[in-house]
Design a protein around this ligand. Structure first.
Ligand code: HPA
Length: 298
């Protein structure tokens, strides 16, 4: 490392691999790989989608998909959690150009919040105006059953980390407004899509915790009193970055289990994956219908 690079690195409060410049490099690589495979330039996607645990089946609905392993994408670490295939797909869903990620980076894997949210910067650099997150979550609302779908109305960040800590990235809002993090118009569109395909859709507050332990029953009682409906270990950093770069965000939780203490069963990752697969058909038709209804340019 020469002296100047070292100086720059010293003054970077965040490793450069997670910022806007690195996202442009990753996006250029994806454009080139997809363009070569499709023999025409990549159309700007109407949205970018991240598929949560057990929900990767939506990827099979993406037509003419170009699949790029995460490990090939500059700046991406390799996915490590079972159930996360670790592939980025470029193609069409409901005849609309989309980019989807089967897999994500969690903070419980040891990643910084900024790295957990880095794929959203890449989706933004690819021109996606809308970010769609999905996740597996534990049901804190007592009436929730495994297999329910919940549209996220709002979130609580109990990860106590923020992906925007440090020097602001060029183009980022320094103090992003979070009074409507999950876009009102997109939520209405998701409800309409749910009605159209006959998929029951609840709505509630998602709380992000660091994990990797599931919660204790005492923690779940606390979350219940705080007004939490579903609890998980992702999504929050991603949506914060989506807001900072000016993307509209919408998110759906798949309730894979009753949160700890609300049933007599112990929690396991295998159970989470099984429940995700059981709800996959409904999730896939919901998101496909939503994408069909998205306006051009988001
Ligand atoms: N807690 C946290 N994250 C989860 C859960 C849970 O009960 N289920 C699926 N992801």
């Amino acid at each position: 490392m020469n002296a100047r690079v070292f100086e720059t690195a010293l003054h970077e409060s965040r490793p450069p691999a997670m910022g806007a410049g690195a996202a442009r490099i990753a996006a250029d690589y994806i454009r080139q790989r997809a363009g070569d495979a499709m023999s025409h330039p990549l159309r700007p996607p109407v949205c970018g989608i991240v598929l949560g645990s057990g929900l990767g089946g939506l990827a099979e609905h993406i037509v003419d998909a170009v699949r790029i392993p995460f490990s090939h994408i500059p700046g991406f670490p390799t996915a490590t959690v079972a159930g996360h295939a670790g592939q980025l797909l470029v193609g069409t869903l409901a005849d609309r150009p989309v980019v989807a990620l089967a897999g994500r980076f969690h903070m419980y894997e040891g990643h910084d919040a900024a790295l957990a949210a880095f794929p959203v910067r890449v989706l933004h650099a690819l021109g996606a105006p809308v970010y769609i997150a999905s996740n597996a979550a534990g049901g804190v609302r007592r009436t929730f059953e495994p297999g329910d779908l919940m549209l996220i109305a709002d979130h609580m960040n109990l990860m106590y980390r923020n992906p925007l800590i440090g020097r602001p990235e060029p183009g980022d809002e320094r103090f992003p407004d979070m009074s409507d993090p999950y876009d009102r118009g997109l939520r209405a569109l998701m409800r309409t899509a749910a009605q159209q395909v006959g998929v029951p859709l609840h709505e509630g507050v998602y709380c992000g915790l660091l994990g990797p332990t599931y919660e204790t029953p005492a923690e779940v009682r606390m979350l219940e009193r705080l007004g939490v409906d579903a609890v998980g270990m992702s999504t929050v950093p991603e949506v914060i970055v989506a807001r900072a770069v000016g993307m509209r965000a919408v998110a759906v939780s798949c309730i894979t289990n009753k949160a700890a203490g609300l049933s007599h069963q112990a929690l396991s990752h295998a159970e989470v994956m099984d429940a995700g697969r059981a709800v996959a058909g409904r999730f896939e038709s919901l998101i496909t219908e939503f994408v069909r209804r998205l306006p051009d340019g988001g």
